[in-house]
Design a protein around this ligand. Structure first.
Ligand SMILES: [Mg+2]
Length: 128
């Protein structure tokens, strides 16, 4: 496998996932509800890597090649469901992402949000 972020498109990833699912006849199990559950379960599996860990433990874990690989695999599982759902719902992932990032940029103006970890509703309250 020589695929990298620089050589692979989102469309290619979606096609790989579509083929993977089709070969296994799994479409029948992929209702919108079950896909959303799958995404949430995979996100929870990612959390297991950090649960009860101190910041020092996590820093060490991220430096450990095997642990980092496991975490990467959980991120890949999450991406699988994100792309599968986007594909199934007919959403263009890149344009949807770009659109949402613009919404976030409007919610978090640099001048107000820089260096702050406040939710946009809290920033709005600060503005008033
Ligand atoms: Mg997983």
């Amino acid at each position: 496998m020589n695929t990298t972020d620089q050589t692979c498109t989102i469309a290619q990833l979606k096609e790989q996932i579509r083929n993977f699912v089709k070969e296994r006849d799994w479409e029948q199990f992929h209702t919108p509800k079950d896909l959303a559950i799958g995404l949430s379960v995979e996100a929870a599996e990612l959390l297991e890597h950090f649960r009860f860990q101190s910041e020092a433990d996590i820093a060490a874990r991220l430096k450990d090649e095997a642990s980092l690989k496991d975490i990467g695999h959980e991120l890949a599982d999450i991406l699988y469901f994100v792309l599968l759902m986007s594909d199934r719902f007919g959403l263009d992932t890149a344009s949807t992402f770009e659109e949402k990032l613009k919404i976030s940029a409007a919610r978090y103006p640099i001048a107000e949000a820089r260096g702050k970890n406040l939710k946009y509703t809290e920033l709005e309250q600060e503005r008033e």
